[in-house]
Write a protein that binds this ligand. Structure first.
Ligand SMILES: *[C@@H]1O[C@H](CO)[C@@H](O)[C@H](O)[C@H]1NC(C)=O
Ligand SMILES: *[C@@H]1O[C@H](CO)[C@@H](O)[C@H](O)[C@H]1NC(C)=O
Ligand SMILES: *[C@@H]1O[C@H](CO)[C@@H](O)[C@H](O)[C@H]1NC(C)=O
Ligand SMILES: *[C@@H]1O[C@H](CO)[C@@H](O)[C@H](O)[C@H]1NC(C)=O
Ligand SMILES: *[C@@H]1O[C@H](CO)[C@@H](O)[C@H](O)[C@H]1NC(C)=O
Length: 265
């Protein structure tokens, strides 16, 4: 009787002693050894019809009409067909054009209108996360060339841009698959090269709500390669860890029980 009690005590102690450090070691080891997920393979480049994109989303009819009347649509489509460089388009909704009272676009010359259209695109594909680099690059050349530059800033993951006349931001990503990115912007981009530097003073911007940057950040991060680090810590990848840890505990338990049985026999 005494022997059995002693054995049980020993077995339990053994289980406690051997169990916990092993489980911890296993956990730590698995964490270090967990492989870095490789980035998703780039989607195969395919023909993107910009006219079609602009017809179905938005509404972007005003912008599309300007692109067609100035034939800039052909320049953009040609660039979109170039899968090496690609294109990034900033598209204001119809409402942005109709709410634009001053300066007016109605008396622009045909050439100025064409430049204004070209000003709404960069001759390179940029994913949302790639704008973080552009925010440190100073003025960025648009399709209109020369003095027609845009400045980008990354405000907590939301891309803001200024042309001097217009301070706006990317409010949504309508389409972003290499080689074509189409981002909706809140305002028509007005270049200083057309409207001059005599910019009327802007009304003071309303203070940004505290919640907005975080939400925008998560949104902007959606296609960011930085997500690799986050994925490594996600609950999904920790499940196999727990499984192996508990199987370790089970193993120890079986060993201890076997020991007890052997003592009995
Ligand atoms: C692109 O889409 C427009 C509108 O849907 C269509 O009229 C045009 O034929 C298309 N172009 C090509 C090359 O498929
Ligand atoms: C772009 O590529 C499409 C499909 O290959 C072609 O139909 C279209 O004419 C091209 N457009 C331009 C402007 O190069
Ligand atoms: C457009 O017309 C307005 C008056 O209607 C004038 O003040 C402005 O200078 C004109 N702009 C251009 C670019 O001609
Ligand atoms: C961003 O900048 C970093 C450091 O300059 C560089 O290593 C990286 O390739 C850049 N990324 C893009 C998308 O341009
Ligand atoms: C753009 O940034 C440059 C400095 O990088 C600055 O000199 C210029 O005034 C900025 N332009 C606008 C329109 O904010």
């Amino acid at each position: 009787m005494e022997r059995i009690t002693m054995t049980l005590f020993l077995a339990t102690t053994l289980l406690m002693l051997s169990g916990s450090p092993l489980v911890n070691a296993q956990k730590k080891k698995s964490h270090v050894a967990s492989p870095t997920p490789s980035p998703a393979p780039a989607p195969a480049p395919e023909y993107v019809n910009i006219t079609e994109l602009l017809s179905v989303a938005g509404p972007f009819h005003t912008f599309l009409n300007y692109l067609q009347s100035t034939k800039v649509i052909e320049t953009f489509q040609n660039q979109a067909n170039d899968t090496e460089e690609g294109i990034t388009l900033f598209v204001p909704k119809d409402g942005a054009f109709s709410s634009l009272k001053k300066p007016s676009l109605t008396n622009l010359t045909k050439d100025q209108l064409k430049q204004l259209c070209l000003f709404h695109a960069l001759p390179h594909y940029y994913s949302l996360s790639e704008f973080r680099n552009l925010s440190h690059a100073g003025p960025v050349n648009t399709f209109a060339g020369g003095d027609y530059t845009l400045n980008f800033t990354d405000v907590s993951g939301t891309i803001h841009m200024t042309s001097g006349w217009s301070i706006t931001k990317i409010s949504s990503s309508v389409f972003s698959t290499r080689p074509v990115a189409l981002y909706q912007v809140d305002k028509v981009l007005l270049p200083e090269a057309i409207f001059g530097t005599d910019i009327p003073p802007m009304p003071a911007p309303a203070p940004a709500p505290v919640i907005a940057p975080a939400a925008a950040d998560a949104d902007a991060d959606a296609d960011s390669p930085a997500d690799v680090t986050k994925a490594g810590k996600s609950p999904a990848s920790s499940t196999p860890l727990d499984a192996s840890a508990s199987s370790q505990v089970m193993g120890n338990l079986v060993l201890a029980l076997a020991g007890v049985l052997v003592m009995f026999l």
